[in-house]
Every structure is written in C-alpha cells, then in structure tokens.
Design a protein around this ligand. Sequence first.
Ligand code: NAD
Length: 446
Amino acid sequence: MADEEDLNPYRIAQRQTDEAARFLPDLDPGLIEFLKKPDRLTTVEFPIASSGGEVMNFVGYRALHSRARGPGKGGIRFHPDVTADEVRALATWMTWKCAVVDLPFGGAKGGVVCNPKELSAEDVRHLTRRFVAELHHTLGPFTDIPAPDVGTDPKTMAIIYDTFNALNPGQNNLGVVTGKPVRVGGSRGRVEATARGGLAVARRVIERELLQETSSVEGLSVAIQGFGNVGGIAALLFEEAGAKIIAASDSGGGIYDPDGLDATAVHDHKKKTGSVAEMEGSQAVSGDDLLTLECDILIPAALENQIRSDNVESLQTRMVLELANGPTTPDAAAHLRSSDVVVVPDILANAGGVTVSYFEWVQNNRNEQWDEDEVNERLERVMVRATDAVLAKHEEINESLDRLESQRQELDRGGDPLEPADLRMAAFALAIERVAEVVMDRGIWP
Ligand code: NAD
C-alpha cells in the first residue's frame, strides 16, 4: 500500500544506487557510500520586497552531488513541494544521468519553495535574482551550472545569467546557466531537447526489438501525464512521428480521446485557458485514471512518485517512458520488472535536456551558435549511443549473473541473491561504474 511505501525521494535515490551497486561487486562499499550522498547542500533563506508591497520570505536549496566528471549540472525548480531531500535526490540522479549519456558534467539541482503561479512576474524576477545572489559564490561556468526544471523556463534562465554576470563582470559568463533564450546565448533546439531525446530513445528501444511485435512508433497510442515543457512538446513530436496521443493531463485536469487528440489544438486550448482540461471534443479523465488507461506508451512527465505500489497493478501499458525524474517508486519498479512492461528509466529517457544543455555550454564557451539541424543530429547520436550502452550493460549483467553472485559471496557483500537486472538497474550500474572509475583514476584527495 502507498502509505507503507517510503516516498522520500532522497532515500529512493540512495536505495536505487545501492540496488544497482550490487551488480558491481568489485567496487569498494566505502566508495558507494560516498557516491550516495551529495558533496554539499546549500540552504538559503531570503526575503523579497513583493509587488504587493509586503516582504515575502523564501527558502531555497542547491545540492551539488558530484563534480568527479565535470562541473555540477542540474535544473532549478520553483514549486511549493520542494524539499532539501527532493533536491538531494534530483542532484544524485543528475550525476547518474550525465554519466549515462557520457557528458563531462557532474550532478546538481536547486529549488525554491514557492508557487510561481501565484506570484507576479516581477516577484518571480526578484525571487530569482535574490536566490542567485545568495548562491552566486557556489555557481559558475566551470563549477555548478543550473538549467530549467518544473516552474522555471528560459526567461528565468536569462535572469539567472544576468544576475550572475552583474556580480562577476568582465568575463564570458554565458556558460553559467543553460536553457537560456536563444537570443541570450541559448541553444537552438534546447526547449524541445528533453522530449526529442525521449523520442529518440523510444525509437531505439523499439528498433532493438524490446517491445514485442512492434517495429515503429507509428500507430502507437500514447498517454501523457504532465503537459508542461517536456510533456507538451513530447505530444507534438510523438504525433509528428505518427503516434496517436490518446490522453493528456496537467495540474488542472485531464482529457482523453481514444481516436487521438490533436496535440496542436491541446496546446492552443492550454494557452487560452491555462490547462488542458475541458477541451472541446474530448472526454474528461482524472489524473489517476490517465495512468491506468490502455495504451502502448505511458509517458509520466510531471513529478516524482506517480507510479506506486498502490496503482502499479492497474497499469495497462506496454512501455513506460520516464520523461519526469523519479516517477516510479522502487516497489512499483520491482512489480514492473516481473511483468512484460518495458520501463525506460528517467536517467536515460529524459537525458536529452542535459545533452543539449551541454551543447549550449560548448557553444557559449566557443562563442558559437549552431543550426538547429546540427543540434538535433548530435542529440540523436548521443541518445542512440547511450541507449545502446544501457542495453549492452543490461545484457552483460544478465549474462553473467552467476559469476557476479559468486563474486559477491566471495567478497561477503551480503543481501539477497542477485536477480536479473531491469533497464533502470543497468543504467544505474553503467553510470555508477563510469563515475567510480573517474574518482579512482583521479585519486581520492589527498
Ligand atoms: P513544467 O513545469 O513545464 O511542466 C510540468 C507539468 O506537470 C505542468 O503542466 C503541470 O501542470 C503538470 N503537473 C503537475 N502535477 C501534476 C499532476 N499531479 N498530474 C498531472 N500533471 C501534473 O516542467 P517540465 O520542465 O516539463 O518538467 C517535467 C518533468 O520533467 C519533471 O520531472 C522534470 O524534473 C523533468 N525533466 C525536465 C527537463 C527539462 O528540460 N525541463 C529535463 C529532464 C527532466
């Protein structure tokens, strides 16, 4: 039952790391303990003088999980449910994600406890500036680089850049933040990158015949939870690829049409009304019911802990493509592992965003601006290579389970005997191994 399940995202991230590390018995357990925790968590408490005339107070966090492979990298979230543990978890997942796609970045994440929908644009600007001013000594183009996440967008990134640049004049600071508007040094293709990367991964998984009797995305039915930057663009791109978007939801409600929604019309409706809910010609569906609709691909693209032990048995999908971070709890993941459902894990499925963020950072450091075609081609190559690497690790682990188990026993590693890994465990194992190798090559300080 859900109320018995531990939904703390940080403990979930640590549990996933522990579970995956079991497939890497050679790694020193002390090293795994180190890699499970962020290097630091900065908490800031600050006021703004609001547009309504009163002083408002906020709490914000920035977690830097690891810089072993390069500067910390990770988004900034503005949401009322932000907690220190959520930020720690998201920072940990960023380290593993950057390693899965083999970028020279570590992992970080930030957030401010606030509801941007209830704040004026001016207050959001004040809040962003003050948050960055409080943190600016820890951020930098070669130390820790933010990006957009839930509740923040390219405009927020422009303000982050402007604030950091005002406090650190006289140098090229464009690389301090990614996801900026294109005219402020952003990369073409960044806004679409997470969804586009997700489509590339889904296509590759299908090409590699993981989804039975299916050879293409064309004609597949897709349900999308969370019609924001990631989910809304996924709807357009999957529709363009020939899939049928049968349902979509956001925090205002959900809509369903078994014959297929028109993704552009859903966008227009949301622009006018603020939500996908109550679009003419569609049926209403609750957020919970959307998850259990019969479909080929279910795309969670909202928040953590949406697929849990209390609803996982009702899922009627063939593939879960995790475009949100942490949408599936470990108990639900264990249930899906023993079913036919293919779960494409977040640290692979949604890595397109950070991949194009890396391209943006490279363009900023070289004072270049690439064409969108070039960005998309490079993105496709990275996502296909990363998917192949995860599938190769998956095969490698599952073909050597007996050897890994005897190694574990010889080393007295404890715990239950190993069971076959799913794609999440393969992706985590690949990432942990890549980060651990760099830590050991560089040598633990001093
Ligand atoms: P966003 O704020 O643009 O969109 C989030 C959407 O989810 C909104 O439409 C919101 O209404 C909806 N939502 C919230 N609660 C919901 C609920 N209970 N049911 C249905 N919908 C709900 O944020 P985003 O940038 O699209 O991020 C979405 C997810 O993707 C997050 O998990 C984020 O961490 C992850 N992600 C984002 C990026 C990126 O580049 N923006 C990259 C990788 C991963």
